[in-house]
Design a protein around this ligand. Structure first.
Ligand code: MTE
Ligand code: MO
Length: 414
């Protein structure tokens, strides 16, 4: 490939030329200036007045993780995936946020007036906060993604919801954990915290004090309203860029301790298998094309805006590159809006499909220069046994989508 810049300019020029109504397949309509009005109107029910709902023509929905039921002892799915193929921009609507729950479908029904957060352990002043007390403190509002460490693609998956649906991004509001810890006064040697949820077997994680002080948030707000019960109402911990499991929901206790504790959640991190043990505190860098993606159908050759999401647990997305030839050549995608730290970042790429079979890929480069690996690199890094084409550890590998001559789009993982 000669110069990436020149290639891209040529490509864009071509794209613009073809982006006419005809190329898009838009039909010419009568020039009378009249379009039909609505066929019906929604009745103004009290319910709709009080709390709106989406159009009956919109049916985007969550599905069991990987498209396969994984019922708990109550027969309910406990890993539920976001329909990334349907989302616009970077905010996941709260109703469609993925759900990762390690304790079955059990969703605590917590009365906020009775809920407390205790901060104790190696602190000078142990503290207990009511929800009202927490809400009086200085707050922050930030965009952050969460991703389950189990968000990994395989060749059986069809859609992007199946390959990547265990990540979502929301606008979180709450009190910086550092504010609370400073108030409590962390003692010398208090190098870790354990954060605990309300469940019987306790959703508990060990988190280093440096991270706790850096940017963790004790959240009560999500996308402009209260955190949803499935996301931890009335209070959850947000550990930006950290593995999903660290973001303790239904948060009731933070204990300052001197070391990493092997809690119920941390058990997986302590197994002797280096791949499991290394399950990192940080996610990514990672990206995926959401349009066109698996299971979708392109109507024919012509112009398309390729769209996707990129994220990194380390910081901001610096760049996203797109390939339309299976990773042979790469072009810079456009970053849509601002790239926030540890947040989904939308990208797009103007593409004119010539109608030939091809393979679309995207890769994320974050602001410390990490580059998203290919699937082969990820498999080799985690040293999967021969023949097993599986990424054993955290899977942030590149997702390939194959576009066939008939416009159908398929998961191209071998
Ligand atoms: N208390 C508690 N917190 C929890 C869990 C849990 O089961 N209990 N699941 C964890 C896991 S595995 C993930 S991936 C994230 C998912 O957050 P979400 O359901 O809001 O998407 O929450 C984490 N926090
Ligand atoms: Mo998870």
């Amino acid at each position: 490939m000669s110069s990436k810049k020149t290639d891209r300019r040529e490509f864009l020029k071509q794209g613009a030329a073809l982006a006419s109504a005809a190329a898009l397949g838009a039909t010419a309509r009568s020039a009378s200036g009249q379009l039909p009005g609505p066929e019906a109107q929604l009745p103004g029910t009290d319910e709709l007045v009080a709390y709106g709902k989406r159009s009956r023509f919109v049916d985007s929905k969550r599905i069991p993780h990987g498209g396969r039921h994984s019922p708990d002892q109550f027969g309910l799915d406990f890993h539920i995936a976001t329909p990334l193929q349907d989302s616009y921009g970077v905010i996941t609507p709260s109703s469609l946020h993925y759900v990762g729950t390690t304790r079955g479908s059990f969703v605590p029904d917590i009365d906020p007036d009775k809920h407390h957060l205790m901060i104790h352990g190696m602190v000078d002043n142990p503290l207990v906060f009511t929800m009202d007390e927490l809400k009086r403190l200085p707050s922050v509002t930030r965009l952050h993604f969460i991703e389950c460490a189990g968000n990994r693609a395989n060749s059986r998956h069809v859609t992007v919801q199946e390959t990547h649906g265990m990540t979502s991004c929301a606008e979180w509001t709450g009190v910086l954990l550092s504010t609370l810890l400073e108030e409590a006064g962390v003692q010398e040697g208090g190098d870790w915290i354990i954060a605990e949820g309300v469940e019987e077997v306790k959703g508990t994680s060990s988190i280093p004090m440096t991270k706790a002080m850096a940017d963790c948030i004790v959240c009560y707000g999500m996308n402009g309203e209260d955190v949803r019960p499935q996301q931890g109402y009335p209070l959850r911990l947000m550990v930006p860029g950290g593995e999903g499991i660290l973001n303790v929901k239904w948060l009731r206790r933070i204990k300052v301790v001197d070391q990493f504790y092997m809690t119920y959640n941390d058990y997986g991190h302590l197994r002797q298998d280096p791949a499991d043990a290394a399950l990192a505190l940080q996610i990514g860098p990672k990206s995926v094309i959401t349009f066109p993606s698996g299971g979708q159908q392109l109507p024919g050759a012509g112009f398309y805006e390729v769209r996707g999401l990129a994220w990194s647990g380390q910081g901001r997305v610096a760049r996203v590159e797109v390939s339309t030839d299976g990773g042979e050549s790469w072009f810079d995608a456009d970053i849509r809006g601002e790239a926030h730290p540890m947040a989904h970042t939308a990208f797009s790429f103007n593409w004119t499909w010539d109608g030939e079979p091809c393979e679309l890929q995207s890769r994320c480069i974050d602001d410390i220069g990490q580059i998203q690996p290919s699937r082969q690199q990820a498999i080799e890094f985690w040293e999967s046994e021969g023949g097993r084409r599986r990424v054993k550890g955290q899977d942030n590998s590149i997702q390939p989508w194959r576009v066939d001559a008939d416009g159908s789009v398929h998961n191209a993982i071998a």
